[in-house]
Write a protein that binds this ligand. Structure first.
Ligand code: SF4
Length: 359
């Protein structure tokens, strides 16, 4: 019998609804990103969100730093198809404005939103418009009194910040909230999430904040978010990269696919190649990734340099190509060999087979 990876038992969380997307409970773990355009530039922000939608984003977050930006936010929301969360710091009045202007959820940072009364007012606005709130704690912007109490950012301080904000919401019978407790220090961040997961059944939004550039940030996020997901913690995630936000969506999906928590689009297994290769693996992978980026269905393709490991991987892939001799390759579908073809035709044949399968 084929070996099966153990199924991850997800932590039981209550469910909230962000626009059309359910978060928590048995809902699939959603993938989020955040725009990096100037929110006042409506066209640029809409275009970036459309690109994120195309890459598979379930939810997007847009910063709304001023009351004027809330007007732009209203225009943006009308032109996109996925739920848009307004990201609010410092000024609770902007959160109230965004609630009126089409936000699917409000993200507030308890470290800078201000007094208990201000959180109450945001809570009332969310209630009036049927919106959830994300209490987004960040180790870099904790309340002064917590820093004094604990000396420096630590899991206890982050969890206390989250629960303290939630207490205000609970007092108003408002339970449609999620938490995040992000830090750029991987171990601090993971420890804070672990601790919080034991203290609440609210959904958790995972992320390692300010993780870095494409390579470093991807590694850090995969380790941090990956560990938590493997322990069953996490209902939605955002990979934070100093890169095009579309990359955040790609990495988010790659993490979920790797853990078999969710699948979408083409997954390519490829060998690193060596002197034995009979096909240009790197060029084939790049070409397939680019041509098949619109595929939403889950399809596994193996691109293997030679017959050492090629036929073995082909057995576990929907479609596979394996380099052979004299410029030829072997193409497989459902583990069965379709035949021998010139390597130059491989990409086209695979694309045709993929499109035929998803029709
Ligand atoms: Fe090298 Fe073949 Fe292994 Fe690829 S499958 S790394 S080409 S031995």
């Amino acid at each position: 019998m084929e070996w099966q990876a153990p199924k991850i038992q997800r932590r039981k969380s209550r469910q909230i609804t962000v626009g059309t997307v359910k978060v928590g409970g048995d809902a699939p773990i959603s993938v989020q990103s955040m725009t990096c355009t100037d929110t006042m530039d409506v066209d640029a922000t809409v275009n970036q969100i459309l690109a994120l939608e195309n890459a598979g984003a379930d939810i997007v977050r847009v910063t709304v730093p001023t009351l004027e930006a809330a007007d732009a936010f209203e225009q943006i929301v009308k032109q996109v198809h996925i739920p848009v969360v307004s990201d609010i710091h410092f000024d609770y009045r902007i959160a109230i404005e965004c609630a009126k202007k089409g936000a699917a959820a409000l993200r507030i940072n308890p470290g800078n939103i201000g007094s208990h009364e201000k959180i109450e007012m945001v809570c009332q606005a969310a209630k009036d418009h049927g919106l959830p709130i994300r209490v987004g704690v960040n180790a870099g912007s904790l309340d002064k009194d917590l820093l004094e109490k604990y000396g420096s950012p630590c899991p206890d301080a982050m969890v206390e910040a989250a629960l303290r904000a939630a207490q205000t919401l609970d007092e108003h019978n408002f339970t449609d909230y999620a938490f995040s407790v992000k830090a750029s220090e991987l171990n601090l961040c993971v420890a804070a999430y672990r601790q919080l997961a034991k203290k609440t059944d609210a959904p958790l939004h995972l992320g390692i904040t300010e993780a870095g550039g494409l390579t470093g940030g991807t590694v850090l996020s995969a380790i941090g978010i990956g560990q938590l997901l493997q322990e069953g913690i996490g209902d939605t995630l955002r990979v934070s990269l100093a890169a095009d936000p579309v990359e955040e969506i790609k990495v988010g999906w790659a993490i979920l696919k790797s853990l078999h928590l969710r699948s979408r689009g083409v997954q390519i297994v490829a060998c690193p190649t060596c002197g034995r290769r009979g096909i240009d693996v790197v060029a084939t992978v790049n070409e397939l990734e680019s041509r098949l980026s619109d595929i939403r269905q889950s399809i596994k393709i193996a691109v293997m340099g030679c017959v050492v490991n090629g036929p073995g991987e082909a057995k576990h892939a929907d479609i596979a190509v394996c380099g052979g001799a004299k410029g030829n390759c072997l193409i497989y579908e459902n583990g069965e060999m379709m035949g021998k073809f010139p390597c130059s035709q491989a990409v086209q044949i695979i694309e045709d087979r993929v499109r035929a399968r998803v029709k």
